[in-house]
Design a binder for this molecule. Structure first.
Ligand code: 6PG
Length: 265
């Protein structure tokens, strides 16, 4: 049986604050344990506030940012200065304000014409930065931030797309027909090796996908976020009341209460 912890807060600001503080605690523990914090950033719009909170007092002063290595869970097929770029959002909200050196920033090269080659290069970059345990097993990130799409996608693992079936590669190109586009994405293979995974989900448009993912039948082709079932890692969902509004009352404790729930594998 898989466990996760669900934290519900009043609104997006409170949810972002709770997740940011929890991320700092994990960063401190990782740096204490192995001298580094391997941090996978999410794209989309929801995490922007969390990044802004990390980059300013009081949280800014609570992490030795020189020990943090930044990665992405996915990227769009655009240059790094494109408004659609996940890298660009993180640079604006977090990396720039913290003045993080390029050597600590591991950007997915979504601008490359050949995303298969870009995926392979990124897998090599991860292996170089984190080491590659024996038997080709993917290494473990300390914290992976993820969002949830209205179609229950996460990273760029979209419903009924090939990347959902990838069992060897850690990073892959993923054609997304409904977007008439393709993406770069980490696969469940490496995501599920993470020590900690946060989902950050806010707003009433996410209420149905959140309820489907947490309480619906397991159907990873239709509900991709359900592929996130780390064997040894801990999954924490940070949701505001709007996003949690379709969860059963039994699961909710007002004011950010923590509930943990069993989710069938
Ligand atoms: C992306 C993200 C994606 C995102 C969800 C939610 O590249 O868009 O990786 O998985 O987390 O689509 O996006 P919002 O936070 O904008 O709702």
């Amino acid at each position: 049986m898989k466990k996760y912890t669900l934290h519900i807060h009043k609104d997006a600001e409170a949810t972002s604050r709770a997740a940011a503080a929890a991320a700092v605690a994990i960063a401190q523990e990782a740096i204490e344990n192995h001298g580094k914090f391997f941090f996978v950033l999410s794209g989309g719009s929801t995490p922007r506030r969390l990044y802004e909170l990390l980059a300013r007092a009081p949280l800014r002063q609570q992490v030795d940012w020189s020990r943090v290595e930044f990665f992405w869970g996915d990227e769009r097929p655009v240059p790094p200065d494109d408004p659609q770029s996940n890298y660009r959002m993180a640079r604006e909200a977090l990396l720039g304000p913290l003045d993080i050196p390029e050597t600590q920033i591991h950007r997915m090269q979504g601008e490359l014409p050949n995303l298969e080659a870009a995926a392979e290069a990124y897998q090599n970059e991860i292996a170089q930065a984190l080491g590659s345990p024996q038997l080709g097993e993917p290494p473990s990130f300390d914290l992976v931030l993820l969002g949830l799409g209205e179609d229950a996608h996460t990273a760029s693992l979209f419903p009924a797309t090939p990347a959902l079936l990838e069992t060897q590669r850690w990073v892959t190109r993923n054609p997304v027909l409904k977007l008439n586009s393709e993406r770069l994405t980490l696969t469940a293979m490496i995501l599920n090796r993470a020590h900690n995974i946060f989902f950050l989900v806010t707003g009433d448009k996410k209420a149905q996908p959140l309820a489907d993912v947490l309480k619906g039948q397991i159907d990873t082709q239709r509900l991709p976020a359900q592929v996130i079932r780390p064997a040894g890692g801990k999954v924490q969902w940070f949701a505001d009341e709007a996003a949690a509004s379709k969860l059963e009352e039994t699961e909710k404790q007002p004011g950010g209460g923590n509930v943990s729930d069993e989710q069938a594998t």
